[in-house]
Design a protein. Sequence first.
Lengths: 671, 145
Amino acid sequence: MENLGALSILLALCLATYSFIASLTGAWKKNAFLVRSAERAALVVWGLVALASGILVNAMVTGDFRLVYAAQYSNLAMPWYYKFAAWWGGQAGSLLLWNFILASYAAVVLLLNRNKHRQIMPYVTAILMSTQILFLVLICFAANPFEVLTVGRGITAVPDGKGLNPLLQYWTMLIHPPILYMGYVGFVVPFAFALASLITKQPGDNWIHTTRRWALVTWLFQTAGVTLGAGWSYSVLGWGGYWIWDPVENASFLPWLTSTAFLHSVMMQEKKGMMKVWNIVLVSATFFLSIFGTFLTRSGIVSSVHAFAQSPVGPYFLTYLALGIVITTWLILDRLEFLKSEVPLESVVSRESSFLFNNLILLASCFAILWGTLFPVISEAVTGEKISVSAPFFNRVNIPIGLFLMFLTGVGPLIAWRRSTWDSLKRAFMFPALGGLIVAAGLMAAGMRHPYALISFALCMFVTLTISSEFYKGSRSIAAKDGIGFLPAMVELTHRNTRRYGGYLIHMGVVICVVGFSGAAFNLNMTSEIGEGQTMNIGRYQLAMKNITFGENDNYVFRRALIEATVDGKQYGLLEPEGRVFKKQNEPYHEVAIIRRLNEDLYLNFANVSADGKKAVIQAYVFPLVTWIWIGFWVMLAGTIVCLIPSKVRLEYARTQVVGVVERNAVQVEK
Amino acid sequence: MNNYIKFGSLVAIVIGSLTWLAVGGIQETQSYFKTLEEVEKMDAKMKTKRLRIGGFIQPGSIERNGAEVKFTITQNERKLNVLYNGSDALPDTFKDGAEALAEGKLENDGVLHASTLSAKCASKYEVKPGGNYQRIDPKKLENKS
């Protein structure tokens, strides 16, 4: 079976290469037959990669420990779903998953557009296949998942595999990696369309309309992937952090920043015909950063707590990135004429300007994170010293950036296009700004002194009020005009322009997340050795150790504490933090106990046993407002889904090519 | 033209203040990655900088005393005592023989007073044909970070 798997990825590589060459030749010679055959070859690539994936998964689930990969990441004891998830537990398999997702996206794109966009499709196929070739080369030659264990010239097997690291045996493992990959791989499609229309010198914004939904769904996957990772780290790692600016986390965050910037700046192109070069740059940057992020986590150039094993994949990635970036840059420079802005910026105080600064800030954050992540590499190249920077650096730069972004989130929707007058600004912002100030004053009066937290909460109020006022004004006028209730009017309002009001909902989700992030300013932690009958205090909680039990089962040795938490003498809850050492892997694992509440989480970790073996080392934490982060994510998810529903009223924006003359009002066209 | 100046100066202010924050942040948190061999040869000035030193935890050397942890790291036969008194919990992967990275200052007692400590994740273990599990070569350690 493993021979068939290895053969099918090799064949897939051949066909992907054929598809790449045939579609380019077909486009060049205007040979529709060749182009069609290239598309079909790409579909066969999907079939072959799917077959290879099936074979690998089968080996993992049935326990074929002749395969190096199965021996390392699967075993007999794990439940079937973790055996399945072991598919992406290591380097080679996760690259196969990358291939599978990419091939699936390519197949969907080709099937959806088999009779559309004929002029640009050959180039789209070629770009998709070029990426496919890179990843197929990696699994064929650098990290082959079908390698077998050999002794001398014979194939051998181990009786049982090592299995997934216990930290990975958590439900998030089943969905976090595939969702994250779907987010990163997905941006290849908008990139392919953008570049293809640049190559063929397509007029207009066709590529944006074609791939807008695609970009949005992909962005949602990225957001979900990052949030799932944060939630996983919070519930499993035993120290309650959800983000420490580790290189791997940063790698996943960089394309998210550029794709967020892209989703905002495409609006400028659609509505005003501005920022065309910028959009191409952003979509390319997102794509290359996704590839770069994959490279960063797999090549071992920067150390990380969750990097994959080192393997010779680096040079392949670097070659692809270098070639891709050079070609893309050349294309953009060569075709600048087609990307001219139709209108100039008119005023600093305008919606256009708020978009511009939103983009600038997101990119600045992206650059700072990239710089910090690569600092050891850069400093070694320049000074010969390997110097690294840590979390405080990232926080120092990114917290002000985040606050400024929040401010723009509040300002953006209410400020007028083109230019705003002082009077209109006063009318729009008086009430929200006042609300923000009241919140800040109230919190100050309550004794809060943390400057960033105060600013953050004030801005959250400001943004909430601007968004609410948008919903309120729109719904009220519909309610009055159509004689319906306020809530139905709100639904109607959202339905009329789903992108706008769905977008507001996403912003609301971001606000809720930011409230959660701000809570981190007030985290408490305390480590204590307590034996049975003893107590410790943290914040308003009193923790009493009821008993400590030691034991073991087939899988692991464990120690468990039963702790009663009381607040002001009233029982608050029972917590059972547990420490385990998995026998097979000899790996420790901490099953933390958390009481989650909207205002704060109480988080206990049974870190260790005292030197005399009788007391427990308990790490207690209080994390204010953490739950808001997860709630904020669900609101963002809901908002994105609203954005994806087609609007009842289609807005068409009249634009003219003459610089300086702009049709200001959108023309409404009833469907 | 006036508009260009306005936008230009606003952009400059934003970029400028972020650069200022970034430069300050780098100076405050930068730490030098050194091998134990380099530490021995370091001059007095270098010794006042924040250092990042990696190595393997010598089995049996871990001593816990409340939140404080003492241990020895080894690297190519060289040894260094480390005292960890940071606020974060020790990672699960911190145990005898594991690869650890300690960050902190070298004090006059010759002990590295570390404020952060990380231990390499188990996915660094590579399978060897025949089913023996072997750790990465310690000599390679210097080339990583």
